[in-house]
Design a protein around this ligand. Structure first.
Ligand SMILES: [Zn+2]
Length: 319
């Protein structure tokens, strides 16, 4: 049987037809319909399903189910997003039911970070481990928790908001409204924001030169590149952010006694620049022997962790 998985991100929607071994038979990436009126969202998803089926020559009978991943807080049993700050028009829609009715295929809705964790635990970095947390480092910081080989959702699906644990009492304002969240200090957008402020004060820096003297051109990606070249301004910003990230990772290791923490998402592309300092902070701050007996690794699935994890969810639910 095959699964259709649709990972709806803040800017891009990735979808795929995936078999039970994790092979994607067909994949699409397109801009997210973030401005569509809510009434049209279910039709939009159903159309995408039809397109995937037509382009890969599938019949309804080939499908085990559909999973839609959303970037927000999801009530998974009701199949809807309760809070989706980047996709307000997708909030509150009983999407699982509406898509099931339109396609005739059982549909599940899940929090995107949970799907990334499922994907990495299935055929990625955390394969073969029973206890892992996968951090998705991007515009925000998401996290999905796998305990005893199963996705841990909490009472109704809201578990895993590790990006919103407070790490600095009066820290920068977070997108969630709180101050000093891990996400406000260690996400790619936090790195960009801090670096923009720092570079303006350091016009002699390589960072400012690489950005062509343009504040908005400073992204997390550029900060890590400049840091690699030894630029002091970029290094200071990057070091601070990854130290906070390490504090978050050490915290989950203390709480859950994990086999592995996976660092995934766009900022994980900085590789050892993120991985090495996070490992050092874990050694320093997490309790022994918890720290020594948990591994911290980069994700293996890149930007496809969520879409592949959605297929895993379908295969698990359907069997
Ligand atoms: Zn927050």
């Amino acid at each position: 049987m095959l699964a259709i998985s649709i990972d709806v991100g803040g800017t891009l929607t990735k979808s795929a037809v995936v078999d039970e071994a994790g092979q994607a038979l067909h994949e699409l990436t397109e801009p997210t319909a973030s401005t569509l009126p809510p009434m049209q969202v279910p039709d939009h998803v159903a159309d995408l399903v039809q397109r995937l089926m037509a382009e890969s020559g599938l019949a309804l009978a080939d499908l085990a189910g559909i999973c839609v991943g959303l970037p927000g807080i999801v009530e998974h049993r009701l199949g809807l997003a309760l809070s989706c700050p980047n996709l307000r028009n997708w909030e509150g829609l009983p999407l699982a039911d509406l898509v099931t009715r339109r396609t005739g295929v059982t549909t599940w809705v899940e929090r995107d970070a949970n799907l990334a964790a499922l994907g990495e635990a299935w055929i990625g970095a955390a394969r073969g481990t029973g206890y892992s947390v996968c951090f998705t480092l991007g515009t925000g910081i998401g996290a999905g928790i796998i305990l005893d080989g199963r996705l841990y959702r909490g009472s109704w699906g809201g578990a895993g908001e590790i990006g919103h644990i407070t790490v600095v009492r009066d820290g920068p304002r977070c997108a969630c409204g709180n101050r000093g969240c891990l996400e406000a200090l260690a996400s790619a957008s936090a790195v960009a924001r801090e670096a923009q402020a720092a570079a303006v004060r350091a016009p002699e820096s390589l960072l400012w030169t690489l950005a062509g003297g343009e504040r908005a051109a400073i992204t997390a990606d550029l900060v890590f590149r400049a840091a690699l070249e030894g630029d002091a301004t970029a290094m200071r910003v990057a070091d601070t952010a990854v130290e906070y990230l390490g504090i978050g990772v050490a915290t989950v290791i203390n709480v859950f006694n994990l086999d592995m923490v996976v660092l995934a998402g766009g900022m994980a592309a900085a590789g050892s620049q993120v991985l090495d300092p996070v490992r050092a902070v874990v050694r320093q701050r997490a309790r022994q022997p918890l720290a020594a007996r948990s591994r911290v690794e980069l994700g293996h699935l890149g930007g496809r962790a969520g879409v592949l994890g959605g297929a895993r969810l379908v295969h698990l639910r359907a069997n």
